[in-house]
Ligand binder design. Sequence first.
Ligand code: SAH
Length: 364
Amino acid sequence: MTPLARRLAERIRRDGALSIADYMSEALGDPDFGYYRKRDPFGAAGDFVTSPEISQIFGELIGLWCAASWEQMGRPDPVILAELGPGRGTLMADALRAIAVAADFRRALRLHLVETSPMLRQAQATRLAAADPTWHDSIATLPAGPLILVANEFLDALPLHQFVRDPSGWRERRVGLDEDGELAFISNAPDATAMTALIPQALRDAAVGDIFETRPAAASLARALGTALGIHPGIALFIDYGHEASACGDTLQAVRRHRPEPVLAAPGETDLTAHVDFAAFADAAATAGARVWGPVPQGAFLAALGIAERAEQLLRHATAAQIAALESACRRLLDPGEMGTLFKVLALAHPSLSAPAGFAEGAS
Ligand code: SAH
C-alpha cells in the first residue's frame, strides 16, 4: 500500500466509503502525497506525454490562435491571457514565442496561470519569468475583463463521480475496503445522492452494469466561464480527450510510466484521468451565456491552423534526425489512431464573436 492508500483506508474505516470524486481529489491533490503535488510527471522519463511536450509546434499554433482571437475581439488592451493547468509551462512558452510577431498583442496581454501544484508553479515561474505571470488556485480570482483562456488536458484531471446501473436503479460507485482491508470498488452503498438527476434522460434505461460519469467541477467551471464570457468579450479554448455526446462507460484510468495500472493500486503515485463529456460541458457553458464552438477533432483543428505549413518551415533547416522526430511528432498529434480524433477542441466565446480560428461557421 502507498502511504496515501493507508491514510485513505483509515478514513474509510472511520467515515465510510469515498466517492470516486473524493478518491481522485485526494490521489491527485493531497498536500502531502498527491500525484501532482510532488512530481513532474511529464515526458519520456515521466508517466505520460502531452501534446505541448510532443512538439513545440503545438504551443506555437495555440499562440497564433490566441493572437487571431485577440484581433477578433477588437484588440482589447489590456487583455487577460489565462492558462488552466499549465504543467511545465511548455505550451505557454512556445505560445509566447510565436506571439512575439504580434507585438501589440504581446504588449497588451497580462499572463495569469491557474495551478494548484507548488512544484509545477515553480517550473512555470522559471519557464515564463519574462511574462511575469500571476498565479491563482482557481478561476474565481482571475480579474474581470476581456479574456483569452487556454487549457490543455486540464478537464480530464478534474474529479468525477461514477454511477452504476443495477436492477433497481442507479447507485453511486465508491471506494471502500475488501476483506483484506485493501481499497476496492463498491456500489452497494445506498444511493443517497441527488446527483443521479444529472444522468441524461436518454441514458437512464442503460443496461444493468453500465456506468455513467458526471463531473460537477467541470460543470461549475463551464458555468462560471459561460457567465463571464456572456458579459465581457472573451474566448476560452479547451483541448482534451473525451466523447462528443454524453454516453455510458467506465473511462477512469491510472497511468504510470506510460502504462495503464489498476485505478486503486497506487493512489498518489499514478496519474488519474477520465474522458471529458464535451456535451455536458458545452451545455453548462451555453446555459450560462456563452456561445459554444465545436468540439472538433484535434487533427482537423491543427490542420486548419496550418500545422503542415509550419512543419514545412521547420523542416527546411532540419537535420535528418530532426526531420524524423518532427514527422513522428506530427503523426502523434494528427493521426486518428493516435491523438487526432480522441482529442477534441472546444471553444466557449462571447456570443457576438464570429467563428474562432479552426472552427467553421455553422459547426457549433
Ligand atoms: N496543460 C499541461 C499539463 C496537463 S496535466 C500539458 O498539456 O502538458 C494537468 C495540469 O493541471 C497540471 O499542471 C496540474 O497540476 C493541474 N491541475 C490539476 N488539477 C487542478 C486543479 N483542480 N486546479 C488547478 N490546476 C490543476
